[in-house]
Ligand binder design. Structure first.
Ligand code: SF4
Length: 194
C-alpha cells in the first residue's frame, strides 16, 4: 500500500489548543515516516474543516488520513464521510483522541503536547496497516438462543420473546430454574421459590 498520510490536528477552539501545542503536534507529525501533509484547524468537524480535508486529499494525493481531535464516539462517522467524499475508502481513516484523553485530563502543556504527539504517531502507524473495507449487508435469522435456564436466562428469553422473536433456551440440567429451585421461600413475600 502506498504511504501518503495526511494528519489534521484540531484546536477545538481552546478546548485542545489551551493545553496542547497543536502547531507543534502538526510539525512533529510531518517527521513521521509516511506523512506527506499535516496541518491544524480551529474546528475540524465544521463544514470548512471537512472541506479542508477533502481538498487536501485531492491536492496532496493522500491515501490515508488521521484526524487528531475528540473521541471517535463523537465524530468518527463525520470524518469517515468526509474522507469518503474526498475519494478515500472511509476505513483508511483513524481518529486520535487528544481532547478527552489529553487536554481534558492534563494541565502540563509540554507533557500534554508530547503525549498528543505519541498518540498521533500511533494513529499514523495504525492507519498504515488499515485495509480498505466494503460495507456489505447479510441477511440474519432473527432467532435467539439463551444459554442457561436460570432466572436471568429465563427472564432474558421472556424479554426477547415479548419483543417478537423466537427463542430457544439451552440448559444442561434436567430442569430449568437454576439456583432458585434450591430455595424454599424467598424474602420478603415468602413466596414459594419453585
Ligand atoms: S472535531 Fe471534535 S475536537 Fe475538533 S472541533 Fe469538532 S468537536 Fe472539537
Amino acid at each position: 500500500m502506498r504511504k501518503r498520510v495526511g494528519v489534521f490536528v484540531c484546536d477545538c477552539g481552546t478546548n485542545i489548543a489551551s493545553v496542547v501545542d497543536t502547531e507543534q503536534v502538526a510539525e512533529a507529525a510531518r517527521q513521521i515516516p509516511g506523512v506527506v501533509f499535516s496541518t491544524t484547524y480551529k474546528y475540524m468537524c465544521s463544514d470548512p474543516g471537512q472541506e479542508m480535508i477533502r481538498n487536501a486529499i485531492q491536492e496532496h494525493d493522500l491515501e490515508q488520513v488521521v484526524v487528531a481531535s475528540c473521541s471517535p464516539r463523537m465524530h468518527e462517522n463525520t470524518f469517515r464521510r468526509a474522507v469518503e467524499a474526498g475519494g478515500i475508502n472511509p476505513y483508511l481513516f483513524e481518529q486520535v483522541n487528544i481532547r478527552e484523553q489529553v487536554s481534558w485530563v492534563h494541565t502540563d502543556k509540554n507533557m500534554a503536547t508530547l503525549k498528543a504527539i505519541d498518540l498521533v504517531r500511533m494513529g499514523v502507524n495504525k492507519v498504515l496497516h488499515n485495509q480498505p473495507l466494503q460495507i456489505s449487508t447479510i441477511p440474519v435469522t432473527k432467532k435467539a438462543m439463551v444459554i442457561g435456564g436460570g432466572i436471568a436466562g429465563m427472564q432474558a428469553a421472556l424479554d426477547i420473546a415479548e419483543a417478537g422473536y423466537s427463542v430457544v433456551i439451552v440448559e444442561k440440567e434436567a430442569s430449568i430454574g437454576g439456583k432458585m429451585t434450591q430455595l424454599d421461600k424467598t424474602f420478603p413475600t415468602l413466596d414459594c421459590a419453585a
